[in-house]
Design a binder for this molecule. Structure first.
Ligand code: B4P
Length: 183
């Protein structure tokens, strides 16, 4: 199975859920920028203070801040596979990832795009109920996704790396779809 992966998709598509399942069985390092940012917020660091208000509005944290986090995490990997969950989220982030991977002499083996209708996304996020999961903020996050993140679909399609996976159905069914696309 491919073990250097990137997950793309709108908020609530299940990137974090599926990444955890795959990394547990495949031994990859799960690198979720959302989780890493939330740990900084919980620890009350300067970086967390800067990120918190931005996340609660449903906006994206600055590329520079996210890149600094990802760089330090990736440079500390010990040769194992990895799954980037929720990063990159903008074209500049994707462009900045390339020299970092070149420096580490690694490359992305597959990009999985989890696709789901807005109505189901909103339903799932409202049920999750995190600080950034109220309807106004969710709608903003969907707009931000369309404007800033969706251009990455063509960015990775043009590189021949993209596979679309329908993200409706049970967690187990979706995991199986992803596994099949990675074999
Ligand atoms: P993230 O933490 O990445 O979260 P997400 O996109 O909202 O959710 P995800 O797709 O992972 O869905 P999940 O599995 O949780 O981002 C949060 C914020 O962090 C961003 O808005 C931004 O501010 C900031 N951020 C993160 N990365 C950044 C970056 N690179 N640059 C700048 N800012 C960044 O699933 C959602 C819910 O659905 C859960 O409750 C789950 O249990 C449920 N669910 C999952 N699969 C299901 C299924 N099959 N059926 C029913 N429910 C399901």
């Amino acid at each position: 199975m491919k073990t250097r992966l990137l997950f793309l998709g709108p908020p609530g598509a299940g990137k974090g859920t599926q990444a955890a399942m795959l990394c547990e069985s495949g031994g990859m390092k799960h690198l979720s920028t959302g989780d890493l940012l939330r740990s900084e917020v919980a620890a009350g660091t300067e970086l967390g203070k800067e990120a918190e208000a931005v996340m609660n509005r449903g906006e994206l944290v600055s590329d520079a801040l996210v890149l600094a986090i990802v760089e330090s995490q990736m440079k500390n990997l010990s040769g194992q596979g990895w799954l980037l969950d929720g990063f990159p989220r903008t074209v500049p982030q994707a462009e900045a990832l390339e020299p970092l991977l070149a420096e580490l002499q690694q490359s992305i083996e597959a990009v999985i795009l989890l696709e789901l209708d807005d109505a189901v996304l909103i339903e799932r996020l409202l049920a999750r109920g995190r600080a950034d999961d109220n309807e106004t903020v969710i709608r903003n996050r969907l707009e931000v996704y369309r404007e800033k993140t969706a251009p990455l679909i063509n960015f990775y399609r043009d590189k021949g790396l993209l596979t679309s996976v329908p993200a409706h159905g049970s967690v187990e069914v979706i995991t199986e779809r992803i596994r099949e696309s990675l074999s």
